[in-house]
Design a protein around this ligand. Structure first.
Ligand code: F6R
Length: 243
């Protein structure tokens, strides 16, 4: 696991954007794994800026990590909507090559998503954020490191953290479909971005703690090409600042 500690969120985000833009320049038909959430918003702004500067995403294929169960794709808080608003509608990426898990509760949706990844993958570069409890995708603590795409119950901490995106009177769904940890680990390379003091505990457990299902992100220690990019606040509890 490689660790990059940046001075501030802007520099850390820039490092991740450069990595994604470089991957698209090197291989215009790259397969990207994408994440939603607050941390990724600036990353998508950076990719959109590169597109406005001439970078084409027309041949890129993308697979998102997860989607809430029970929110139709048009719902404002669905990750389908998030991705359209943040990236898809702002670039020339081909709509037929952007994949997200279906959150319609169909029991076949997870296996179908795995089959699509097997057909178009492997994922060359997987982007990840991290939950305050160490989750990656929506693989909450206790998730099996061999897990595949499936429907999972969201931890109360995750529902509370994500409630800020929902309107008053609305609460995040109780379940989601997420790529499994085993699915994520099959990506050729992985870049995880963590920003801010609120992620410091999770970052320390991921980078310096034991490899344990109690911290799903610690599975990245077993990956041959995983890079963790953090700002100083998120690195606050690390004893080393470079690995
Ligand atoms: C979202 C996802 C989640 C988020 C994580 C951090 O697709 O996979 O693991 O990356 O919950 O979310 P933010 O960035 O909102 O703190």
């Amino acid at each position: 696991m490689r660790l990059i500690v940046c001075a501030d969120p802007r520099e850390a985000t820039r490092a991740v954007v450069d990595r994604v833009v470089g991957a698209i320049r090197d291989r215009p038909d790259v397969v990207l794994g994408l994440a939603a959430g607050g941390t990724m918003e600036w990353v998508y702004d950076g990719i959109v800026a590169a597109h406005e500067g001439g970078l084409s995403l027309a041949r890129v294929t993308s697979f998102n990590l997860d989607e809430y169960v029970g929110l139709p794709p048009e719902h404002a808080q669905s990750y389908h909507s998030y991705m359209r608003a943040r990236l898809f509608d702002r670039t020339d990426i081909a709509p037929g090559r952007t994949y997200l898990p279906r959150g319609d509760g169909d029991p076949g949706a997870a296996a179908e998503y795995e089959a699509l990844i097997a057909q178009h993958g492997p994922i060359d570069l997987q982007l990840l954020g991290i939950g305050q409890n160490g989750h990656i995708g929506f693989n909450e603590p206790g998730s099996d490191f061999a897990s595949r795409t499936r429907e999972v119950a969201l931890a109360e901490a995750t529902r509370t953290a994500n409630a800020r995106y929902f309107g008053s009177g609305e609460t995040p769904p109780e379940t989601a479909v997420t790529m499994g940890i085993g699915t994520i680990l099959e990506a050729r390379s992985i870049v995880l971005l963590a920003l801010g003091d609120g992620k410091a505990d999770a970052v320390a457990a991921m980078v310096e703690g034991p490899v344990t299902e109690a911290c799903p992100a610690s599975a990245l220690q077993t990956h041959p090409d995983a890079t963790v990019v953090v700002d100083r606040d998120a690195a606050r509890l690390l004893s080393r600042t470079a690995i």
